[in-house]
Design a protein around this ligand. Structure first.
Ligand code: ZN
Length: 332
């Protein structure tokens, strides 16, 4: 699932590509985007990003809201649009664009230059400077619909502070997130993922931030020292920014990487995320995992000082998550 870093990256690119221009906004062939005509042909004012939500603001105070969810993704390109393929939900295109056609698929790596090897599968978008992007296609989002100003504002009001916030307003002030966390008995692991408390932090960053600050993920919010919450917030900003630029989430420090290299090698980007069953880079203890509120949590029992009972609740190595999941909830 894209976390805040990825969403803010799309916003920055699409601002550069489309802001101030008249655009064609079209539904895919399955017609699951019935609102397209509301903004088609209008001028894009700018693209907003808050947490995991994108808002393409058009003249007339209309916002095309996109939430990528777990499976949504953009494909970008230059020149004429390709034939609609797959589960295409929406297309955005510069009105009157297109001469030579250059596809995003194909020899992406040859065009990328110093490419870090992002785990994302859609790394084909990397070669395009945003000013060359004539169109994007959107597939698999949780939402793609047009909001009026009131509905957009209501969404903003629901979302917690965002470490990547770059807009006026209170999304850059973490105080209300701290207040909420300190009033709750819910585990800090769950609270960090709750988008009404903090927006933009997903499963990778929550696991890694808790490890980096040596916090037991099962600690109730009310028992986490304010000093630790402040440190987590402060730390999240450069981590998310780096992920935004690189399209690769790297949370390990050079000194902790087995390779000792400045650029993390494959498999040493994270301390705990998806490293269950492997030894901790710092203490050597085996990393554990468990399903919490429908998403898998990873932790180091020694560095994060979890209790024997908490450790015993971890999934046994080799257990299928699907089998353990049952009635799970999705978080936005
Ligand atoms: Zn450890």
């Amino acid at each position: 699932m894209p976390e805040g870093n990825e969403v803010h990256r799309w916003a920055a690119r699409h601002n550069a590509a489309f802001a101030g221009r008249k655009l064609n906004v079209l539904p895919g062939p399955n017609h699951r985007f019935g609102d397209a005509h509301l903004v088609d042909g209008k001028k894009l004012v700018c693209v907003h990003a808050v947490g995991k939500h994108l808002g393409y603001e058009f003249t007339g105070e209309l916002y095309l809201h996109v939430h990528l969810g777990r499976f949504g993704d953009f494909t970008e390109g230059t020149g004429p649009l390709p034939e609609p393929k797959g589960l295409l939900r929406a297309v955005m295109q510069r009105a009157g664009s297109g001469k030579s056609h250059r596809s995003v698929k194909g020899d992406a790596h040859a065009l990328t230059g110093p490419y870090n090897g992002a785990p994302s599968k859609d790394d084909g978008t990397q070669p395009f400077p945003p000013e060359d992007v004539d169109w994007w296609e959107l597939r698999g989002p949780t939402d793609c619909s047009v909001y009026d100003a009131k509905k957009w504002q209501a969404l903003l009001d629901r979302l917690g502070p965002d470490p990547l916030a770059n807009e006026p307003g209170d999304h850059d002030d973490p105080k209300r997130a701290f207040d909420k966390i300190l009033a709750k008995k819910t585990s800090i692991a769950e609270l960090l993922m709750d988008q009404t408390i903090l927006s933009g932090i997903g499963n990778i960053y929550r696991a890694e931030l808790l490890f980096r600050h040596r916090v037991n993920p099962f600690t109730p919010g009310e028992a986490v020292p304010l000093k630790t919450l402040k440190a987590i917030w402060k730390d999240s900003i450069p981590l998310l920014k780096a992920g935004m630029v690189d399209r690769r989430i790297v949370c390990t420090e050079k000194k902790d990487r087995p390779s000792g290299k400045v650029v993390a090698e494959r498999g040493e980007e994270h301390y705990v995320y998806r490293r269950h069953g492997k030894p901790c880079f710092v203490c050597g203890e085996t990393i554990l995992r468990k399903d919490v509120a429908g998403r898998t949590l990873y932790w180091c029992p020694k560095d994060q000082k979890t209790t024997p009972a908490e450790n015993a609740s971890a999934l046994k190595q080799g257990t299928s998550l699907r089998a353990s999941r049952g009635a799970s909830s999705r978080r936005r």
